[in-house]
Ligand binder design. Structure first.
Ligand SMILES: C[S@@+](CC[C@H](N)C(=O)[O-])C[C@H]1O[C@@H](n2cnc3c(N)ncnc32)[C@H](O)[C@@H]1O
Length: 262
């Protein structure tokens, strides 16, 4: 079931766009996002750090020779977007964007046109339907070769009852050896009271959030995959570049990891 198209109902993609300083949100999203920021003020810097992590991980993968990306839970376009990052390194890289918010897809289709040599595709789907996502993505990606799956700040919208680990296992299980997983996920490990207040605000806006501990997030990585160095760490520390953010993990509240399928 796609999310509501009503602009009066806050949506996670548009709230996140607001945290990032983008421009694709409505007053209802801004009001909900401000309520979250009132209890979790680090979210603005956390959102930026999360995006920077996803891009660093993508760069590592392109340098490793991965040239196909499946980005699930894309979010509103905010430059640079994934295809701009990876096609900047390899013009022929292919990127498929997947989101369940129809408005994200409208904006993405309009803005995220890729390089002439590469390909950029769009799929309107829920992350909880991996079989559909893979079938649709096959229009652009060669699934007999390695694919990097990016799940950036999306699985914390999937409650335990929907078995997020099973979703990831189904996705990665269908992909070729050498395929990779880039995952980021909100946590309450560092500031549990604050995280819980943030979760409550989302809940009041009609959005389910389930922050997870480091071990719960590690358990989302399917058997048969190896978590690469530096492991499961705060996104701003993952192969941080010189001049990187000098803030506490609690300010960020998001773990990131990269794993490879043997
Ligand atoms: C916080 S944004 C993250 C955007 C981007 N991946 C990043 O990390 O910068 C979460 C995105 O996941 C999408 N999303 C949330 N639940 C989803 C679901 N069940 N299936 C597909 N997409 C979902 C939202 O529409 C939103 O675009």
């Amino acid at each position: 079931v796609a999310v509501s198209l009503s602009v009066d109902v806050p949506q996670s993609a548009r709230m996140y766009c607001y945290y990032l300083g983008g421009k694709d949100f409505y007053p209802a999203d801004e009001a909900a996002a401000e309520k979250v920021l009132a209890v979790v003020p680090g979210l603005r810097v956390g959102a930026r750090a999360n995006r920077a992590f996803l891009h660093r991980a993508a760069r590592v993968l392109v340098q490793d020779g991965v040239d196909q990306f499946l980005d699930i839970g894309t979010g509103m376009p905010v430059a640079p977007n994934l295809h701009e990052v990876v096609q900047g390194w390899n013009r022929a890289a292919r990127v498929v964007y997947v989101d369940h918010d129809p408005l994200v897809l409208v904006h993405a289709r309009a803005l995220l046109t890729g390089s002439r040599e590469g390909r950029t595709g769009f799929v309107d789907a829920d992350v909880r339907d991996p079989a559909f996502i893979l079938e649709a993505a096959a229009e652009w990606l060669d699934l007999s070769r390695p694919v990097a799956v990016s799940l950036g700040a999306v699985l914390h919208f999937i409650p335990d009852i929907d078995k997020p680990a099973g979703v990831v296992a189904d996705l990665m299980g269908a992909l070729a050896p050498g395929s990779c997983l880039v995952l980021s996920h909100g946590t309450g490990d560092f500031r549990p009271v604050q995280a819980d207040q943030g979760v409550q605000v989302y809940q009041h806006s009609g959005i389910t959030v389930r922050v997870r501990s480091r071990s719960e997030i590690t358990a989302l990585v399917p058997a048969g995959m190896e978590i690469a160095a530096p492991g499961v760490v705060s996104v701003h520390r993952w192969w941080a570049e010189s001049g990187a953010l000098d803030v506490e993990d609690g300010e960020i509240g998001i773990y990131g990891l990269l794993a490879r399928k043997r």
